[in-house]
Design a protein around this ligand. Structure first.
Ligand SMILES: Cc1cc2nc3c(=O)[nH]c(=O)nc-3n(C[C@H](O)[C@H](O)[C@H](O)COP(=O)(O)OP(=O)(O)OC[C@H]3O[C@@H](n4cnc5c(N)ncnc54)[C@H](O)[C@@H]3O)c2cc1C
Length: 552
């Protein structure tokens, strides 16, 4: 007996599953209901008030590519419902601690030929500036970006022996081969791939540090180089959601409701009801039973899917072993702080390069390429790395709605932070003390680059660590912001494990999505869309009309 009945029942109203729900309701014509444990829909799309009233703090996702939600812009009226993507004025850049040297990467929207980036890189090496232009030509004009977009917005191939879209591009691009690509690059580390391309240590380090925000694995990990290179190119098209990432959740929610979808907040799903090997619905923690006439979609992590929502008895031995042995520790240990200030940081280096003041994703760290793997080694040992591996996110230059008139804020991301909680357990008090000390460490680091960043300039600061992430969401197991790490054994067809990579499970009628699925971390629409694609194949459902033209 069931208390309510829908065609599709969705577990968790976060980023990915909410988007699958949106497609199921509109294009799949299924009566769809979302059950969310928290008081509101959106999960990691959570731009909220910070420690200081009137300042927006993106508790989780903040750095958003135009292509994160471009498919939703095609397929739903999300722009009319409040979603606006605001590009960074200058997408990337960095200042080095040792000598104040600096670089910028200009916006492809205002500098499509990358003349400003060329000039900036040429200060370090003319050869490296030429390499950037060759890479850019391959990315923008010779199919690199198109292939990467198709890779992101398609599930991995059904046949695990077939190359995926990205691998096919790499193997067949004459431009990439002319830059020195050979098969060994599939095994090369980020430091090795970047060193094959560039000669300046400053640039190698700065560019790896920008890309590290996305891939978040050590730059000496075998096989991590190509993902680093392409995430770097992707990051040139980043910015933010006007007013904070919450506005994305609001826009999606409105479209879903207008299309007839139902959401139930403060409704915790306890388990999936499985009968005769088939998912029949879900049971909530208050005992209510909800029927799923056609299917159930889980938006939680792989660990919760197997152990909490279902049970070990439903899964093959190898699946259980692989879930148990997933890696979570690289992306754990991130400190995510919104600094609310009177004035923007007045970077010393901006006196000679004013564009630095408008850089959206600004790296502040050492010029030594080995400084980044070092911070991971410290974390692995449970120690605080003395060097900071920091990026400053500046949304306010392009979006003043995030702060009260005349005020400023920025977000500091650093990976030199606390020991990952999948390896080390600490008490609530330990975390409170840690945060206090780490806020001070962050400020001291920023002061080396901008002397006006004293406590007099600070109105308040909100710092989130993996401890907060774990407690707030429940879906990011052990506080790993990318669901599971994005090391080469956990990306593409291997994400989270090969057996689950195509969103379908061994339990009939049970599908799974989330950030732990291909293509990886970040708050894009792709995993939700890819999950719909697989369901559409199984149930013979229509695809959105624009999917044919865009190729995904
Ligand atoms: C600190 C931090 C910084 C980040 N920065 C960026 C960034 O700058 N750019 C970017 O693109 N991405 C960023 N991300 C990553 C990205 O935001 C997330 O990884 C992604 O959005 C997660 O999506 P999801 O749907 O898998 O999970 P979620 O969005 O977490 O959705 C899961 C939902 O399920 C709900 N839930 C859990 N258990 C239950 C249950 N039993 N019953 C019902 N509901 C339940 C949760 O409350 C949640 O709403 C960041 C993440 C973190 C943590």
């Amino acid at each position: 007996m069931f208390d309510a009945s829908y065609d599709a029942v969705i577990i968790g109203g976060g980023n990915k599953a909410l988007i699958t729900a949106l497609y199921l309701q509109k294009y799949g014509q299924m009566k769809t209901a979302v059950f969310e444990i928290k008081h509101e829909i959106g999960g990691c799309m959570a731009g909220d008030e910070s420690a200081v009233p009137g300042f927006v703090h993106d508790q989780h996702a903040t750095d958003i590519g135009d292509f994160w939600f471009s498919i939703l812009e095609d397929d739903f009226p999300i722009n009319e419902r409040g979603y606006e993507w605001v590009p960074y004025i200058v997408p990337g850049g960095g200042i080095y601690e040792e000598d104040g040297a600096n670089y910028i990467i200009s916006s492809p929207f205002t500098d499509p030929e990358q003349k400003l980036t060329y000039a900036s890189f040429a200060k370090f090496s003319k050869r490296d500036a030429d390499t950037w232009l060759a890479l850019w030509d391959m990315w923008a004009n010779k199919g690199g970006c198109d292939a990467f977009m198709k890779y992101l917005h398609n599930p991995p191939p059904a046949d695990p022996n077939e190359p995926d879209i990205f691998e096919t591009f790499l193997m067949t691009s004459p431009e990439f081969r002319a830059m020195g690509f050979d098969r060994s690059w599939f095994l090369r580390t980020a430091i090795q791939v970047m060193s094959d391309l560039f000669e300046s240590d400053h640039l190698i380090t700065g560019l790896i540090r920008i890309a590290h925000s996305w891939n978040s694995v050590p730059s000496d990990i075998v096989g991590g180089g190509l993902f680093t290179l392409f995430t770097l190119l992707g990051l040139t098209r980043f910015g933010g959601a006007k007013g904070g990432t919450h506005s994305i959740a609001h826009a999606i929610y409105k479209c879903f409701i207008e299309d007839g979808g139902k959401t139930f907040t403060e409704h915790e799903v306890k388990r999936v009801i499985i009968e005769n090997g088939k998912a029949r619905g879900v049971e909530l923690s208050d005992g209510t039973r909800i029927e799923a006439k056609k299917l159930v979609v889980s938006g939680l992590g792989p660990h919760a899917l197997v152990h909490d929502l279902t049970g070990e008895q439903y899964w093959p031995w190898r699946v259980l072993r692989r879930i148990k042995n997933l890696s979570y520790w690289y992306a754990g240990g991130i400190a995510w702080a919104t600094w609310c200030t009177h004035e923007p940081p007045d970077y010393l280096a901006a006196k000679t390069n004013p564009e630095l003041a408008d850089v959206g994703w600004l790296t502040l760290g050492s010029a030594d390429p080995w400084s980044m793997p070092l911070s991971h080694y410290y974390k692995r040992l449970g120690l605080q790395c003395p060097d900071m591996d920091m990026v400053i996110c500046n949304h306010v230059s392009g979006d003043k709605t995030r702060v009260p008139d005349g005020k400023w804020s920025f977000l500091a991301e650093d990976y030199s932070a606390a020991p990952p909680i999948c390896l080390y357990e600490h008490s609530d008090k330990w975390w409170r003390d840690y945060k206090k000390a780490h806020i001070e460490r962050q400020l001291q680091h920023i002061q080396k680059f901008a002397t006006n960043m004293t406590w007099d300039n600070v109105i308040g600061v909100t710092m989130h660590t993996e401890y907060d992430v774990t407690r707030m969401l429940g879906s990011l197991y052990k506080g790993c912001w990318s669901g599971v790490d994005q090391n080469p054994t956990q990306v593409g067809r291997n994400r989270p494990i090969p057996e689950l990579a195509r969103h379908k499970t061994t339990i009939e009628g049970l599908y799974a999505t989330g950030v732990a699925w291909h293509y990886g971390g970040m708050c894009s629409a792709s995993q939700g869309y890819n999950c719909y694609k697989i369901i559409a194949e199984d149930f013979g459902l229509p695809m959105p009309p624009k999917s044919k033209d865009r190729g995904y």
